[in-house]
Design a protein around this ligand. Structure first.
Ligand code: ZN
Length: 527
């Protein structure tokens, strides 16, 4: 089985994404994760480019990345200058990175209009640069920019550029779909021609996602013989992004039979995807292939029944192979099977229970009122427990009150007071916040603080309010969805009421009750 070498450029091309910004420490944390996951190469930018890149590049020299090889990124030598006089070339030759990725021009449009050299000088620039860097002991990856557009315009010259790099000693020649809009069959045809003309060259692929084919074009190139894939985690990159390694890697492994990373590391794929998203302060995509929260979510009653009979009926791979989970979505469409399966996850065997029809009826009533349990797994579990009479609340509420004060200077403050009973003790506390949910959350934590240590680990991460029957204006029903996290897992809770504060409170206490119990159980399990 052939090995595909994985070349990650999240820290170079990925950072070109609009709005993406990361500190040096964050980038190093990502590099560590990439190396642990088993990426074979990490492209770490250009040491002589902007200072932030240089800092990261220099810091990486002292980070233990195991077998993973760092690639510095640079362009071919300047036109009309001897390669050994070009300061950028000297910088690349002298940097610690064992791999240098050189990008050069292929397409007339760029050669004539952008760098303004003739075709021969362009070939000399490629040849001199590759020979020089190979001569300085570097592994050289030659990235042919705009290769596929060039190939469409003048295939012979496009291949000639790769041949020049190959004959100058490049270890890899990598046709790039820089504009990202070449379709898979055209990429396949071009790579096939490269392979025919350069049978002993090692070929890579670097594509972008402007026609939403970044993954497909990468797979098509591998199918035609490419053995290195360049891409980014979650497909982050300029415009519509780069080829998404998170989708490419499992497809290469499970669908095409190539070796990529080992099974153990593959089970870290979901964690890697989420780690990079969180570090970049981007919401993980719930609908992402393989790693999204909904990638293995089953909603329809018939699907769930099928799944319970045999997973292969509605799942293309075992979700645990990529570190994801199966997720039974609870909705009006769902039947007995979903409830039994969900309860099974909670450790409750309802398969013979006479309670199931009653829970289903209750569920439908609540859905009619505007509850929506598809994204509120915490509230759903608590609902089942309440219906079964096994729910033990964290505290008993005596009352809560929220006051919002708008001052003449424009400042707004919200203060909440909660009165509750916990373990036979009456607790009263206030909390201040930037809004009612925030203030109630703080008041609850102030009241229970110290008595419920798990609370310290729970953080509210997302809060969404929706008006359900908009026609009624201020008399409408409000639905609040609240996501909380303990840093490893995220769970959703829901509250519905005509009063936004009451809806928020309901979601908040479900979220906290569920989180406290979950953390306590995990601790008990771990010790
Ligand atoms: Zn690129």
């Amino acid at each position: 089985m052939d090995q595909i070498l994985l070349y990650d450029t999240t820290l170079r091309d990925g950072l070109q994404r609009e709005g993406m910004s990361m500190s040096v420490d964050e980038q190093i944390a990502i590099a560590r994760h990439l190396a642990e996951f088993g990426m074979h190469y990490i492209e770490a930018g250009f040491p002589m480019s902007n200072p932030k890149h240089a800092q990261m590049f220099e810091a990486l020299e002292h980070v233990d990345l195991g077998e993973c090889r760092i690639a510095a990124f640079g362009m071919t030598r300047r036109k009309g200058m001897a390669v050994e006089d070009d300061p950028a070339m000297i910088g690349l030759a002298e940097c610690y990175a064992p791999v240098i990725t050189v990008v050069g021009k292929t397409w007339d449009l760029h050669i004539e209009k952008v760098i303004k050299v003739d075709r021969e000088e362009n070939l000399s620039m490629i040849r001199d640069t590759v020979e020089y860097l190979v001569g300085r002991g570097k592994e050289v990856v030659y990235d042919a920019e705009h290769f596929f557009d060039a190939f469409a315009a003048h295939p012979d010259y496009a291949v000639e550029c790769l041949r020049t790099a190959h004959e100058a000693g490049a270890h890899w020649v990598v046709p790039c779909d820089t504009n990202g809009a070449t379709l898979p069959h055209d990429v396949a045809a071009a790579v096939r021609r490269v392979r025919q003309d350069l049978p002993d060259a090692r070929i890579g692929i670097h594509t972008h996602n402007d026609a939403e084919c970044g993954v497909a074009t990468s797979l098509a190139a591998v199918h035609e013989g490419a053995r290195m894939v360049q891409g980014t985690v979650n497909g982050y990159g300029e415009r519509c992004g780069n080829a998404n390694l998170v989708s490419i890697i499992p497809s290469l492994t499970f669908k095409m039979g190539f070796r990529t990373v080992g099974d153990d590391r593959m089970r870290e794929l979901t964690a890697l995807s989420h780690f990079v998203a969180e570090t970049a302060n981007l919401q993980p995509d719930n609908w992402a292939a393989y790693v999204g929260q909904n990638a293995f979510a089953h909603k329809g009653g018939m699907h769930v029944a099928g799944m319970l009979a045999d997973e292969r009926t509605f799942e293309h791979i075992d979700p645990t192979a990529v570190g994801n989970d199966r997720h039974m979505v609870v909705s009006e469409l769902s039947g007995r099977g979903t409830i039994i399966s969900k309860a099974g996850d909670m450790g409750l065997d309802l398969s013979e229970s006479p309670e199931v029809p009653r829970i289903l009826t209750r569920l439908k009533e609540l859905e009619h009122e505007g509850y929506h349990f598809e994204v509120a797994d915490a509230s759903f579990e608590l609902l089942i427990e309440r219906e079964l009479g096994v729910f033990s609340p964290l505290f008993e509420l005596e009352s809560f009150r929220v006051v919002t004060e708008q001052r003449a200077d424009g400042g707004v403050e919200t203060e909440a007071t909660v009165k509750l009973r916990h373990d036979g003790e009456r607790l009263v506390a206030i909390g201040e916040g930037n809004g009612p949910v925030n203030a109630l959350d703080r008041a609850l934590r102030n009241a229970l603080g110290g008595r419920v240590p798990e609370l310290d680990e729970i953080e509210l991460v997302n809060f969404k309010v929706r008006i359900l029957d908009e026609g009624k204006g201020t008399g409408a029903t409000t639905r609040v969805l609240l996501d909380s996290s303990d840093g490893h897992h995220t769970w959703g809770a829901i509250g519905v009421s005509q009063n936004v504060i009451e809806a928020s409170w309901a979601a908040l206490i479900d979220s906290i009750a569920y989180g406290v119990r979950r953390i306590a159980r995990e601790r008990a399990g771990a010790s």
